[in-house]
Design a binder for this molecule. Structure first.
Ligand code: PMP
Ligand code: GLN
Length: 386
C-alpha cells in the first residue's frame, strides 16, 4: 500500500456495522435509514430497469437528471446552474468530493476543513498529496458547535488551495450560519482559495435550527469559486444508490469531469431517471420527511438524556453527538467497542473524525434515521447502562 494511504485503516462505519451484525446489536452507528424512500422514485427506478435503461449513460449524467438538479437548486436556493456544463452526476457525494479535490489540488497544497470531518475527506486529501488544515468545532455556551474565527483565519496561508465545508454538518448536526459562512467567504477571497461544499444534508434542517441552510455558493463572490456537492442518499433515503452531483462554474466542473471520467466514467443508468423524479417531488415531500426525522431526533435526544448522556441537540442531519463523561466514560472508542456487549447498541466514536483526538475523545455519535420502535428499543437498552 502506498505510504500516503497507510495511515488509513478500515472505515469506522464498516467496523461498527460489522460489530452490529456480529453481536445482533441495534445499529445506531452508520447513518442509513431503515425505511425506503418515496414510492414514486422506487417505481421510476423499477420502470427504468425493465425499460432498457441498462447501458452506459453519458459521462456527465443523463440530461433529465442534470436538468432536475438545476431546477431543484433554483427552486430551493435560488441558484442558477446550466445543466449543460455546470453540473456533473457522480457516484454519490463521496466521488464528487474526491474528484473535486483531485481536480484542484497539487501535491503540497493545503485544504482548510472543519473537524470533526467526514472520514473520506482526509483520505481524498491524502490521495491528492495535499495537506489538511483542520479548524476545530467545539461546543459553545449557546449549545451549538462553534469555531474560533481567529483559528479559521490562522488556518489560511499562501499554500491554501481550497476550503472543504460540510453544512449541515456530520457528525455535530451544526448548521453554519450566514455570518459564519461570510467569514469563510471573505477568507476564500482574500487568499484566492476555492471552496468545495458538501451539502448532502441540505434538506435535513430542523424547524428550531438557529439558521436555515445557506449554500456558500450563494454568498457574494462565491459562485465563481465554489463546487457545490449534494446527493440523493440522504434526501431520498437511498444511501445504497450512490447518485450525487457537483455544480459550479463551467471551468471548475469540467476539471472535475476530467478526473471523474477515469474514476468511474459514469454512474448507474436506471437510478438516474428515478432521482430526477424524486428531485421534482412537491414541497410536502421535503417538509414531511424533515418533520418525521425531527420527531425521531427529539425521541433519541430525550432518550439519551434520560440514559445519562450529556447531549447537544443537533440542528440538522441524521446524527446526535453525546458526551459520555456523566456515565463515567473516558474514551469514546473504548466505550463504542464495548457498548454492544454492555447493552446491545452500536454507536460511532466521534474522535476518529478529528486530528486533535482529545477534542472528541469523550464524544460518541448516534444516528436517529431509524423507525421509532427501533429508537425506543435502543433507548431502553441504553438506560440499562446506569
Ligand atoms: N458527506 C457527508 C457529510 C456524509 O455524511 C456522507 C455519508 N452519507 C457522504 C458525504 C457520502 O455521501 P454519498 O453516500 O452520497 O457518497
Ligand atoms: N455517511 C454515513 C455516516 O456518516 C456513512 C457512510 C459510510 O458508510 N461511508 O454514517
Amino acid at each position: 500500500l502506498v505510504a500516503r494511504m497507510r495511515p488509513f485503516g478500515t472505515t469506522i462505519f464498516a467496523e461498527m456495522s460489522a460489530l452490529a451484525v456480529r453481536t445482533g446489536a441495534v445499529n445506531l452507528g452508520q447513518g442509513f435509514p431503515d425505511t425506503d424512500g418515496p414510492p414514486e422514485m422506487l417505481a421510476a427506478a423499477a420502470e427504468a430497469l425493465r425499460g432498457g435503461h441498462n447501458q452506459y449513460p453519458p459521462g456527465p449524467g443523463i440530461p433529465a437528471l442534470r436538468a432536475a438538479v438545476a431546477a431543484h437548486q433554483r427552486r430551493f436556493h435560488d441558484l442558477a446552474y446550466d445543466p449543460d456544463g455546470e453540473i456533473v452526476i457522480t457516484a454519490g457525494a463521496t466521488e464528487a468530493v474526491a474528484a473535486s479535490i483531485l481536480a484542484l489540488c497539487e501535491p503540497g497544497d493545503e485544504v482548510v476543513c472543519f473537524e470533526p470531518y467526514y472520514d473520506s475527506y482526509a483520505a481524498s486529501i491524502a490521495l491528492a498529496g495535499a495537506v489538511r488544515r483542520p479548524v476545530t468545532l467545539r461546543p459553545a455556551a449557546d449549545g451549538r458547535y462553534a469555531f474560533d474565527p481567529d483559528a479559521l483565519r490562522a488556518a489560511f496561508g499562501p499554500r491554501t488551495r481550497l476550503v472543504l465545508l460540510n453544512s449541515p454538518h456530520n457528525p455535530t448536526g451544526k448548521v453554519f450560519s450566514r455570518a459564519e459562512l461570510a467569514l469563510v467567504a471573505e477568507l476564500c477571497q482574500e487568499f484566492g482559495a476555492y471552496a468545495i461544499t458538501d451539502e448532502v444534508y441540505e434538506h435535513l434542517v430542523f424547524t428550531d435550527a438557529a439558521s436555515p441552510h445557506v449554500p456558500l455558493a450563494g454568498l457574494p463572490g462565491m459562485r465563481e469559486r465554489t463546487l457545490r456537492i449534494s446527493s440523493a442518499g440522504k434526501t431520498f433515503s437511498c444511501t445504497g444508490w450512490k447518485i450525487g452531483w457537483v455544480s459550479g462554474p463551467a471551468a471548475l466542473v469540467s476539471a472535475v469531469l476530467r478526473v471523474k471520467q477515469f474514476l468511474t466514467f459514469t454512474n448507474a443508468a436506471p437510478l438516474q431517471p428515478a432521482v430526477a423524479v424524486a428531485l421534482a417531488l412537491p414541497d410536502d415531500y421535503y417538509t414531511g420527511f424533515r418533520d418525521g426525522l425531527q420527531q425521531r431526533r427529539d425521541q433519541l435526544v430525550g432518550g439519551l438524556t434520560d440514559a445519562g448522556f450529556d447531549v447537544l441537540t443537533p440542528e440538522g442531519t441524521y446524527f446526535v453527538t453525546a458526551d459520555i463523561t456523566p456515565l463515567g466514560g473516558r474514551d469514546g472508542m473504548e466505550f463504542c467497542r464495548a457498548l454492544p456487549e454492555r447493552c446491545g447498541v452500536v454507536a460511532v466514536p466521534t474522535q476518529v473524525f478529528y486530528d486533535d483526538v482529545d477534542a472528541g475523545r469523550r464524544l460518541v455519535r448516534f444516528a436517529f434515521c431509524k423507525r421509532p420502535e427501533v429508537l425506543t428499543e435502543a433507548v431502553t437498552r441504553l438506560r440499562a447502562l446506569t
